[in-house]
Design a protein around this ligand. Structure first.
Ligand code: MG
Length: 254
């Protein structure tokens, strides 16, 4: 029996080693695949393009407007309009570079449901008022739940307040911290699921990758576009790479 157990454990260890050796980072399109023809950052088209090339995930940015609506856009100030100080009606009339208008989160999620192979990497932007951020987190959680998309979504945020608000609301959802100022140990203690740090931060602290993995945390790195840096991230064995060049990364992973 003892020998059987020993053999089984050795086989399991070998299998795990094999799995680790072959595990490759997954591709996340940053603000969707916006460099594709007729696309734009955070547009509905950018989601479809990311999905069409088989990205593991597609990242997008979310704001809470002055009238408590959720919209998808990166910039705090876009075409002279502040996202947090304006009404959704005004914001959603603003044109993106591909001719689309800024989408509501509702429209974005409706579309994501029709393209079910790509994971949603939802970034809640940092709002100046923590109470607004908490309300945004509540509304995002409710909307994801209403659309049955919680299991397909990972949440990311620079704001620790936002990460912790989501943690309380969504105990099962994967939440990664973006700001780069906490060690993996600290992130783990806070009950978050991973670090999602800049390439520069991980270059400064490559030991955090192993430390994070030993704690059971995932490691995402942003926003890596140059071939040599993408290769470095593959070498580091991070779990996810967020990039504006998803097709280049896919080629490097072949
Ligand atoms: Mg973002």
């Amino acid at each position: 029996m003892k020998t059987f157990l020993k053999t089984s454990l050795l086989t399991l260890a070998a299998a795990l080693c094999c799995l680790t050796a072959t595990a490759q980072p997954k591709v996340i399109a940053h603000r969707g695949y916006w460099k594709a023809p007729n696309s734009a950052q955070n547009s509905l088209a950018s989601w479809i393009k990311a999905d069409s090339i088989g990205c593991y995930g597609s990242e997008f940015d979310v704001w809470l407007t002055a009238d408590d609506q959720l919209i998808v856009n990166h910039d705090r100030l876009y075409r002279g309009i502040y996202m947090t100080q304006s009404k959704a009606e005004t914001i959603c009339n603003l044109k993106l570079s591909n001719g689309e208008t800024i989408p509501t989160l509702e429209a974005y999620l409706q579309l994501a449901k029709k393209h079910p192979n790509t994971r949603l990497i939802l970034e809640l932007k940092s709002h100046n008022d923590p109470a607004r951020e908490n309300l945004a987190a509540e509304k995002v959680a409710a909307l994801l739940q209403a659309h049955g998309l919680l299991e397909r979504t990972d949440i990311i945020a620079f704001s620790l307040n936002a990460c912790l608000a989501f943690r309380k609301l969504l105990p099962q959802t994967h939440i990664q911290y973006l700001n780069g100022d906490l060690t993996p140990q600290e992130v783990h203690k806070l009950g978050l699921d991973g670090i999602d740090y800049s390439f520069k931060t991980l270059q400064k602290h490559p030991e955090w990758i192993k430390e994070a993995h030993e704690l059971g945390l995932k490691v995402n790195v942003w926003t890596v576009n140059k071939e040599e840096n993408l290769r470095k991230c593959i070498e580091w064995k991070v779990d996810y790479i967020t990039t504006d060049e998803p097709e280049l990364l896919q080629k490097l992973l072949l």
